[in-house]
Write a protein that binds this ligand. Structure first.
Ligand code: ZN
Length: 276
């Protein structure tokens, strides 16, 4: 590849520090941007959060998240759709080009996977109509199958590609190595998404063996069993030119001093870049 890729950090990697502290720390360690969550910026406000990032030299590279359309959700589809629209508005206001979109899993007591999936698709289609009136692209992120019950009935890049094809303009997908590394069709589907110009974002972290917590035990790049060089090369060969986003939900790493963690991450980005 030509030149060193840009690396950005998903704020969930340092969940215990505030937004301003995170921006300062990421900038200090030479990262290119930040992908915040709604909770990170709700107190400060979107416009001011954007200004804080830009003043520190960081780009807002993404925004988390919208979706979680659960058929038997307590407050019904109107509230879920309204929440999604609000998140898209904040993403637009903060200047994020896209918003991570996670469709939702089974509701409490629900055992009908097909029906839950159809419901999520219909809600997503409706949300897309709204997103099209904004500059924000929906970045549909398939999640690892172990998240099917609570987070997402879309588990493979193939399914995400199929949905994007059905939905048309305004939606693309997120390739997150943690969620798709196990899938033997992943590279074929990355190529397919690339041909359609559909890869909106690229998230990296590693899969630990054993994994001791299904949500909070991701590894830093190079700590686990995922061939991140190969994934990065394939995503870039498929035409993706955006930043590489480090997204590490980890109880082990969140407990470390922020500067130590970011220094570790920084040297891992150098190692990954030189392996490409
Ligand atoms: Zn992700």
């Amino acid at each position: 590849m030509s030149g060193r890729p840009n690396f950005t950090i998903n704020k969930i990697t340092t969940p215990d520090i505030g937004y301003v502290e995170a921006v300062e720390a990421y900038a200090r360690h030479g990262f290119h941007g930040i992908t915040p969550w709604l909770d990170d910026v709700s107190e400060i406000g979107a416009m001011k959060s954007a200004r804080i990032a830009h003043d520190a030299g960081l780009e807002i590279t993404g925004f988390c998240n919208c979706g979680l359309f659960i058929q038997s959700g307590r407050d019904g589809s109107a509230a879920a759709l309204e929440r999604a629209r609000r998140a898209i508005d904040v993403a637009a206001e903060i200047g994020s080009p896209s918003i991570v979109t996670v469709v939702g899993g089974l509701g409490e007591g629900d055992r009908d996977l097909a029906s839950a999936t159809n419901y999520a698709f219909d809600c997503l289609a409706e949300t897309l109509e709204y997103a099209k009136s904004t500059p924000v692209t929906l970045a549909l992120e398939p999640l690892h199958p172990l998240y099917t019950p609570d987070w997402s009935t879309v588990n493979t890049l193939r399914m995400a590609n199929d949905w994007c094809e059905r939905l048309g303009q305004g939606i693309g997908l997120t390739v997150d190595t943690y969620h798709v590394w196990w899938d033997h069709n992943a590279f074929v589907e990355i190529d397919r998404a690339g041909r359609a110009g559909r890869i909106v974002s690229f998230h990296i972290s590693d899969w630990m063996v054993p994994t001791v917590d299904t949500l909070w035990d991701r590894g830093l790049p190079g700590e686990g069993v995922i061939d991140l060089s190969k994934f990065t090369r394939r995503v870039e060969a498929a035409g993706y030119r955006g930043p590489i986003e480090i997204e590490v939900f980890s109880n082990r790493h969140r407990a470390r001093p922020t500067d130590q963690l970011l220094e570790d991450l920084s040297s891992r980005t150098v190692a990954l870049s030189s392996s490409l």
